[in-house]
Design a protein around this ligand. Structure first.
Ligand code: BES
Ligand code: ZN
Ligand code: ZN
Length: 533
């Protein structure tokens, strides 16, 4: 691959310096991520006899009022007393509400935590509601050592949902707090009745749940890490460190000179304004016996100032989340590997910092993407599609069965879908696989079209393409149409997670404040499904 047209490498390399970042310690607290693999346990004992700091029980919102679902976890006289006190405690059973009361000797645990499950049908519990309720309960348990969950669990799916929600809800990010911060409980016991446990592979379910939660937390940690610390090089180092010791996984890091050799003018162009050089990380998981290959490309802008097309101050504050796509790719590939999923997965993390400086791209610069297509950059804030273009081209060259890409790509995604729902667009079959993966794992994705006529919007008078269209609305779709130019014939879907990648508001369910890890579970779901198909 030769460099054909357009400038690829900066002419004036600025001095590389890390500045004040060096003074920030990497505090070696046991992070939630590290704790995750040992946190989940299961027991077939009853809630009344388990020795923990708190016992979580569910309350349903029935027509007749709140209904305690103690399912044998309390002796019947206590269960009756507690049932009759629910209304006085202000419990309605509304989904996600949490009330903590002293156990007063009713159980060995010091306190009982009542969590609202909403209007549920015990025979057909909505798994995501259960997952979210377990998460709400878990978030109220920071500072406690050990907790037990006595929620309705009649099947492996329900056990998985409670385990995942509970584990993800224990997440805290305390790395940069200098005080003695309270962290989540270090033991979470899932109580399963003897009858329900029969024929269940409870240990298998819990280890998959722990793997999921661990890699969601990895993605959250990466997003939450401040951008002065998480430079492109630091991101690459952390990817390599996270992959270390997971069998079947290989990590390759391409620096600037390798990127230039490979013709990656998008990543280089976006990164050229920063004193901290861009890079590309390829994470390959190749299990024996795989008969499907999935490539996943992630946007890894460690901070998006907008570049010379500078963002307004208010729009910039959350832009450390702009590497959330790449974090989700890393999380999902490593989760698939740790779970031993029999699908080959190649993750491509396109990493750069988008800064304004005397070396930054100018609006109207022309760059050359991997494969030779040229792009007139009319807005340096539409940088995600430029780094993604290189990585999509690279990913497609290997001719995987499908290519997925995931990115905090457009403000328009957030305008259209808000903060909790992500968008997916592309080839219909692949879009449907993504929707199935999302439904199976409890993430919220919704399909959007890629109207053909939008291609005309991206015609440039001087290059093959321009990176923005006229302001006619549909910005999310236009970004998707731009990316489509770089996937070739490979079946493909594009996931825009601009809204849901970062929770600026209050925590809810198992979704804590800050980075959410959005995408990790859906991508894993697709990869798992491909192993079974
Ligand atoms: N990183 C932003 C998109 C974004 C916005 C992510 C809000 C998360 C929350 C992206 O690089 C961007 O700035 N896109 C521009 C594109 C425009 C200039 C065509 C946007 O959406 O405004
Ligand atoms: Zn931008
Ligand atoms: Zn961006």
């Amino acid at each position: 691959m030769g460099i054909t047209k357009g400038p690829l490498v900066r002419s004036l390399a600025p001095a590389r310096h890390e500045g004040a970042t060096k003074n920030i310690r990497n505090v070696s607290l046991l992070s939630a991520y590290d704790r995750c693999m040992s946190i989940l346990k299961h027991e077939t004992t009853q809630g009344s006899s388990v020795k923990v700091d708190a016992l979580v029980l569910g309350v349903a919102q029935a027509e007749s009022g709140p209904e305690l679902l103690a399912a044998g976890h309390l002796q019947s006289k206590y269960a009756e007393q507690l049932q009759s006190a629910l209304a006085d405690l202000g419990m309605t059973g509304a989904h996600g509400t949490v009330t903590r009361i002293p156990s007063l000797g009713a159980v060995q645990a010091n306190s009982i935590v009542l969590v609202g499950l909403g209007e549920i049908d015990e025979d057909a519990i909505d798994l995501e509601k259960l997952r979210q309720a377990a998460g709400s309960a878990a978030r109220s348990l920071t500072g406690l050592g050990s907790v037990a969950f006595g929620l309705p669990i009649h099947s492996e799916e329900q056990l998985a949902a409670v385990a995942e929600g509970a584990a993800m809800g224990t997440y805290t990010f305390t790395e940069y707090k200098s005080g003695d911060e309270k962290v989540g409980p270090d033991t979470v016991v899932l109580l399963v009745s003897k009858a329900a446990a029969k024929g269940m592979d409870a240990q298998g379910v819990l280890s998959r749940a722990a793997i999921i939660a661990k890699h969601v937390m990895l993605a959250r940690d990466l997003v939450n890490t401040p951008p002065n610390v998480l430079s492109p090089a630091e991101f690459a180092d952390r990817a390599a460190a996270a992959a270390k010791g997971i069998s079947g996984v290989k990590v390759e890091v391409w620096d600037e000179s390798r990127l230039a050799k490979e013709g990656c003018g998008g990543i280089l162009g976006v990164g050229q304004g920063s004193s901290r050089p861009p890079c590309l990380v390829k994470v390959s998981y190749s299990p024996r016996g795989a008969n499907s290959h999935v490539a996943i490309v992630g946007k890894g802008i460690t901070f998006d100032t907008g570049g010379i097309s500078l963002k307004p101050a208010m729009s910039m504050v959350t832009m450390k989340c702009d590497m959330g796509g790449a974090a989700a790719v890393l999380g999902s590939v490593l989760a698939a590997a740790e779970a031993g999923v029999k699908t080959r997965v190649t993750g491509w993390l396109a990493i750069a910092e988008n800064m304004p400086s005397h070396t930054a791209m100018r609006p109207s610069d022309v760059i050359t993407i991997r494969g030779g297509k040229t792009v007139e950059v009319l807005n340096t804030d539409a940088e995600g599609r430029l780094v993604m273009a290189d990585a999509l081209a690279l990913a497609s060259e290997e001719q995987p069965d499908i290519v997925l890409d995931i990115a905090t790509l457009t403000g328009a995604q957030m305008v259209a879908f808000g903060r909790r729902v992500a968008a997916v667009m592309g080839d219909l079959d692949v879009v449907n696989e993504v929707l199935a993966g999302a439904a199976a794992t409890g993430e919220s994705f919704w399909p959007m079209p890629l109207p053909e006529e939008l291609a005309a919007e991206l015609k440039s008078p001087v290059a093959d393409l321009k990176n923005i269209g006229s302001p006619n609305g549909g910005g999310m779709l236009l970004a998707g149409v731009f990316l489509q130019n770089f996937v070739g014939e490979t079946p493909w879907a594009h996931l825009d997670i601009a809204g849901p990648a970062f929770n600026e508001g209050k925590p809810y369910g198992y979704v804590t404040a800050g980075g959410t890890g959005m995408g990790v579970r859906t991508l894993l779901g697709v990869v798992e499904h491909r192993a079974k198909a």
